[in-house]
Design a protein around this ligand. Structure first.
Ligand SMILES: Nc1ncnc2c1ncn2[C@@H]1O[C@H](COP(=O)(O)OP(=O)(O)O)[C@@H](O)[C@H]1O
Ligand SMILES: [Mg+2]
Length: 276
């Protein structure tokens, strides 16, 4: 059976919400310690090279921060990994043998790549518990049936994610009434319900208060280890507070990589940021 066929089958299994709706990731071979390989990737829009010979690797369980000036290609990079944009050249592998460039967006999500967009997309008229429940069901249309059959194990899983995102006290509150920061955490929780191996998060702290930023930093740090997390962020103080390894993206390629101190003292990086 081909990989795609296996993934399609697991999608169907999922739609009939078998047992726990937990995906089988035995397929993602991370035996070499690397979960994502992005190699020699380029993409042009109307002749403009938004991504230019991009190369980077993400290790299993790491928390990587990607910084770079506006227009550096950060969002496009995520679009390529998640199947929204097809590169002109290069390869993107999930583990040793899953070729993400041959898969559709839903297949990539199903394989274990979760993406958090900048704008939260929670269901405003439903409470927090229900939002997480819907994310677990995977589809709002099957939610009522799913809900009627919710096992105690599934219930516990929702409670555990609610605890992780720090919203247990607000479980019956309508999502529309949450603060901007709380909505962002709820959306991260909704992604977690799908049990992604790799989480891509685009500018998570934009518009947040300092207190919310601190909590977001703690949340993302706590997710690393069990998940691999790639955070794209503009806010340098925030990156400094959570960063382990940092990649600087500039004109569609990696300009520098290392600890925050290393990249901040890198002459090429200083020039790019001074020129901004
Ligand atoms: N679909 C698209 N069509 C045309 N140009 C695009 C498209 N997506 C991105 N770009 C261009 O590619 C460059 C990189 O954009 P983006 O990835 O959004 O940068 P960043 O997220 O780092 O700010 C920008 O110059 C942007 O205008
Ligand atoms: Mg962007």
């Amino acid at each position: 059976m081909s990989m795609l066929e296996k993934i399609r089958q697991s999608v169907r299994r999922d739609q009939v919400f078998d047992v726990l709706n937990k995906q089988d990731y035995s397929e993602v071979d991370t035996s070499h310690g690397t979960i994502l390989y992005v190699e020699d990737v380029s993409v042009s829009f109307d002749g403009f090279k938004a991504i230019n010979e991009l190369n980077f690797y993400i290790e299993v369980g790491e928390l990587r921060c990607m910084i770079g000036p506006n227009g550096a290609g950060k969002t496009t990079m995520m679009d390529i990994i998640t199947g929204k944009t097809r590169p002109d050249t290069g390869s993107v592998w999930f583990g040793q043998d899953i070729n993400l460039l041959k898969m559709t967006e839903p297949e990539i999500a199903q394989a274990g790549v979760g993406r958090k967009f900048q704008k939260p997309t929670v269901f405003e008229y439903h409470n927090i518990f229900e939002n997480l429940e819907m994310a677990m069901a995977g589809d709002k249309r099957v939610w009522p049936t799913f809900r009627a059959k919710l096992s105690s194990e599934q219930h516990d899983r929702i409670m555990s994610v609610m605890d992780t995102i720090g919203l247990t006290e607000h479980s019956t509150q309508r999502a529309g009434a949450l603060s901007h920061g709380q909505k962002q955490w709820l959306e991260i929780g909704m992604l977690l319900m799908q049990n992604p191996l790799l989480l891509l998060v685009d500018e998570p702290v934009a518009g947040m208060t300092h207190q919310e930023m601190d909590k977001t930093g703690e949340l993302l740090t706590s997710l690393a280890g069990e998940h691999s997390v790639v955070v794209v962020e503009h806010d340098m103080d925030f990156v400094r507070s959570i960063a382990n390894r940092v990649s600087v993206l500039h004109q569609g390629s990696i300009l520098a990589e290392g600890t925050m101190d290393q990249v901040q003292n890198n002459q090429k990086v200083i020039e790019v940021y001074l020129g901004e």
